[in-house]
Design a protein around this ligand. Structure first.
Ligand code: NSS
Length: 433
């Protein structure tokens, strides 16, 4: 049917009263004898097609009858307004062809999660998932627009690395020609190396964590948005982060209202996040707030998912926690000159129980001090020789951060498991598909 005089249209573009050709996949199918209703979908939405013996040649009515769920099809006909049809427009069919007849589709609704995860490659076609992929794309686009507008350079660090950024416990080891190498946990060190020429750099790349525990918010492979800035102190970096999150969230609200509604996400819950600055509390205050709520916790304890969830009850928008005790944070962070027991580190927590979506800090820029920080954690400074070198040739104060894209999307879309924000999450017992 290709090569005819009617151009192929997207289901979103249709006006009543025109002759159109459309193509896509069968989403729903209802056979009423003389009449067959086929609801099709393309990447943009769904559309009702009607085969009726009164206006559809019999061979095409038969073809429409034969079309199974998920078959790919090409159809031609005349559009008309119908308030009962999804989208308000239907197509009275004059032609209908099956391109790829689908076998009995293994997802019919109501299946269990393990079954569905095994056929993730088919499950990703669902309407809710499709809405997620579209929101995800808007987020990626907005990240890029934002950094572009701020004069940052996008760079391409490697995924195969030699040493841990965020501690050895979550490293994935790979065999690199007989020597050990690791999948990157963070591009941070490479971004740091690049600020000495480009000053302000960012990247969006996979990071890998061999997480020991299974939780709703941990992936083994996730997408990491990271930036690094020469001359920036912690407060500069926090301003960059909050503007980034506000900007991206605004763009998603502008572009993806329909998708958010398919996911039943309240847009009102996102609106406070459009206003910056976001609240800032120090770690010390976070501990006091938790104690005030009866949580048994002391200064020096780490904030886990439960503690974070409780803290989010005090805020209707993302908020920062700053100045953590140095032992709770990574070795490369700069201690606060006013109080060297605390690091110039910040986390950004998303509200509604989601918790940490960003981690960032000012970096230790002094060679001797960094050397000592590496040793005091029991690491071998030889493993960090090139990273230390950056402090030997024109060191500058600098800061950076990393945002977990799936964590951010979890909050924006309101889904309760991070695996639903990425098409092909990895699992410990199942890489497939
Ligand atoms: O470990 S982080 O807190 N920080 C870093 O990796 C820094 N090196 C980033 C930097 O300063 N350039 O991870 C940053 C964010 C964290 O806030 C989460 O949102 C996300 O990365 N993250 C994860 N998302 C999903 N799954 C897992 N396992 C995960 N781990 C971290």
């Amino acid at each position: 049917m290709d090569g005819g005089f009617i151009s192929t249209r997207r289901v979103k573009e249709l006006e009543p009263g025109s002759r159109v050709r459309v193509r896509g996949w069968v989403y729903r199918h209802r056979d009423l004898g003389r009449k067959v209703f086929v609801v099709m979908r393309d990447a943009d939405g769904i559309l009702q097609l009607v085969a009726d013996e009164r206006y559809t040649p019999r061979e095409y009515v038969e073809e429409a009858r034969r079309a199974t769920i998920e078959s790919s099809i090409v159809a031609e006909g005349v559009t008309s307004r119908d308030p009962r049809a999804p989208g308000g427009v239907e197509v009275k069919l004059e032609k209908f062809e099956i391109v790829g007849l689908a076998e009995d589709f293994p997802i019919k609704g109501g299946e269990g999660i393990d079954y569905l995860l095994d056929i993730r490659h088919l499950w990703i076609r669902s309407r809710k998932m499709t809405a997620m992929w579209r929101i995800r794309q808007s987020a990626f686009k907005a990240f890029r627009e934002y950094f572009e507008s701020k004069g940052f350079w996008e760079v391409s660090p490697p995924m195969l690395t030699q040493a841990a950024v965020e501690g050895g416990a979550t490293l994935f080891k790979v065999d690199f020609f007989g020597k050990p190498a690791y999948l990157t946990q963070s591009s941070q060190f490479y971004l740091e190396a690049m600020i000495f020429s480009l000053e302000r750099v960012w990247t969006l790349a996979p990071s890998f964590r061999a997480e020991r525990s299974r939780t709703r918010r941990h992936l083994y492979e996730y997408w990491h948005l990271e930036a690094e800035e020469a001359w920036a102190h912690m407060e500069d970096e926090m301003r960059l982060v909050e503007e980034l999150v506000a900007y991206t969230t605004r763009r998603i609200l502008e572009e993806r209202l329909e998708e958010l509604s398919i996911l039943k996400r309240s847009t009102e819950a996102l609106e406070p996040a459009l206003e910056t600055p976001y609240p800032r509390i120090r770690y010390e205050e976070a501990i006091r707030r938790l104690q005030g709520r009866g949580v048994r916790i002391e200064y020096g304890d780490d904030l886990g998912a439960d503690e974070e969830r409780i803290l989010t009850q005090d805020f209707d928008k993302p908020f920062f926690i700053t100045h953590f005790p140095v032992e709770l944070k990574s070795f490369y962070m700069k201690p606060d000159p006013q109080n060297p027991r605390e690091a110039l580190a910040f986390d950004l927590l998303a509200p509604e129980g989601v918790g940490e979506i960003v981690g960032g800090s000012e970096r230790q820029d002094d060679y001797e001090a960094l050397y000592k920080q590496i040793e005091s954690r029991g690491y071998d400074p030889r493993d960090y020789q090139w990273y230390l070198d950056l402090r030997r040739y024109g060191s500058v104060p600098h800061s950076g951060f990393g945002l977990g894209v799936e964590r951010y999307l979890m909050w924006v879309t309101g889904v309760d498991h991070v695996r639903d924000t990425i098409p092909f999450p990895r699992f410990r017992d199942r890489i497939y598909p």
